[in-house]
Design a binder for this molecule. Structure first.
Ligand code: DGY
Length: 445
């Protein structure tokens, strides 16, 4: 497929899933608005319809909670075949909640980064788009600032300023083996009645297992009993982790937020203080020298989570890895065929979990499949250091997967067959960016 054909197919997916003011991640499986999906989708839209990209972000920020949190799901009226439904969260009428029906959780804060990148797209476009971008930026900046402030304070469980997650859904990597030990410690008693819909449109062996889902529901139930009160949640939620991917995305977004503040002539000292604090504590908290890996941290067990998932490469994207750590990550893990490199049991980069992890499973959601947005994030990280060839291999494989199997939610790393939902919006959105960026340095198809 040539670039023009792939571009028009990717745009068609975004149009297909367009619900007017937001874009569904996929028409049947995810009929509402998701936080980091919407941010990445907006970036794809910016490549061909900048005003629609602004609308996507405005509709996400309209749901911001009064305390600053930007929620992970914003419900649209009329869709009934998704669990959990809006009333399940019991978030309506909370004094610190949202004016709209939303979940009670948040998701990886990639939005400030996307908005900064959209500025580059606007600058490359017609001169008419530039004043509009500046106005848009002025409008959204206060929302970004309050969200980041909330992450660094309401979610600061240990005084480090590294936000913690209360539920696997907040990580975006719902059923990753990263959470297995923490979830195993939980016995889901007195579960409220619920019915899953997520394995109707997607093969059950590509979705989370029943024990994981029961714990997702149990944790939601615990949080709603605590009325989503920030302090009570930190004190009482049985699941409390600091995640390498989430903290890396936030740090990179803080860097981008500081740049946006400068562009607007706003003060940067508060953002600088977050940046400095994270630089001071990040490696001490997450780097495990014996394994040459960044590992998540379980605050309830007071111990690193000993699972090798591809989130371990995210500190490159945030510029938080030292040159020595970056080299070890690439040489000992990224290039290792037993873990992530093609050769043993895989053809495509980058499995979401190392292939030699006991919890690895090639087709099951976050237990092993390749995800397009992870390739996109980690490629940026590799380029930030000196690993351009490795970065190119991630973009090459992402495009090859989408060409072979369409814009799927995730892919089997062994043969590249598609898994999860079809016509998945952020895969299409990031394909548009990958094609545009690649065409700058190559003239052919
Ligand atoms: C789902 O429904 O699987 C989502 O990942 C929850 O956010």
């Amino acid at each position: 497929m040539n670039k023009l054909e792939m571009t028009s197919r990717a745009q068609a997916v975004l149009r297909l899933n367009d619900a007017g003011e937001f874009t569904k991640p996929s028409a049947l499986q995810y009929p509402h608005q998701w936080n980091w999906d919407s941010a990445l989708i907006a970036f794809g839209l910016a490549h061909f319809d900048l005003p629609r990209a602004y609308t996507e972000i405005r509709s996400l920020l309209r749901a911001q909670w009064r305390d600053g949190m930007v929620p992970h799901i914003i419900y649209s009226a009329g869709s009934t075949d998704y669990f959990p439904p809006p009333e399940f969260w019991q978030t309506a009428n909370l004094p610190h909640g949202s004016p709209l029906p939303t979940s009670g959780l948040t998701q990886p804060p990639i939005l400030a980064t996307v908005i900064r990148m959209m500025g580059n797209v606007a600058r490359l476009g017609s001169p008419a788009t530039q004043p509009t971008y500046h106005e848009f930026l002025r409008e959204v900046f206060p929302h970004l600032l309050t969200w980041h402030r909330w992450l660094h304070s309401a979610r600061d469980a240990d005084g480090t300023g590294l936000p913690c997650l209360l539920h696997p859904w907040e990580s975006g990597m719902d059923n990753s083996p990263l959470w297995a030990n923490a979830l195993d410690r939980i016995t889901p008693r007195d579960l409220p009645p619920f019915k899953r819909y997520d394995a109707i449109h997607v093969a059950p062996d590509e979705r989370p297992l029943a024990p994981d889902y029961e714990r997702f529901v149990y944790l939601t139930d615990r949080a709603r009993q605590l009325h989503w009160d920030a302090r009570a949640l930190l004190e009482q939620m049985p699941f409390l982790v600091q995640d390498v991917l989430f903290c890396s995305i936030l740090h990179r977004a803080d860097e981008d937020l500081a740049a946006l503040a400068v562009e607007l002539g706003e003060a940067t000292h508060e953002i600088e203080s977050w940046l400095q604090r994270t630089r001071k504590v990040f490696n001490e908290r997450f780097w495990v020298d014996e394994r040459g890996l960044y590992l998540d941290y379980d605050l309830r067990a007071r111990a690193p989570i000993p699972v090798n998932a591809n989130a371990t490469f995210a500190p490159l994207y945030a510029g938080l890895a030292s040159p020595a750590h970056a080299t070890r990550l690439v040489k000992e893990h990224f290039d290792n065929p037993a873990e992530y490199a093609p050769g043993v049991n895989s053809k495509f980069r980058l499995p979401s979990v190392a292939k030699n992890e006991p919890g690895y499973s090639a087709r099951r959601y976050w237990c092993g499949p390749v995800w397009i947005q992870m390739n996109w994030i980690i490629a940026q990280g590799l380029r930030r250091y000196w690993f351009a060839t490795e970065a190119d291999s991630l973009i090459h494989d992402a495009l090859a997967l989408m060409e072979q199997s369409g814009f799927r939610e995730y892919y089997d790393p062994r043969d590249g067959s598609g898994c999860g939902s079809q016509d998945f919006s952020w895969s299409a959105a990031l394909a548009l960016d990958m094609i545009a960026t690649r065409s700058e340095d190559s003239s052919g198809d």
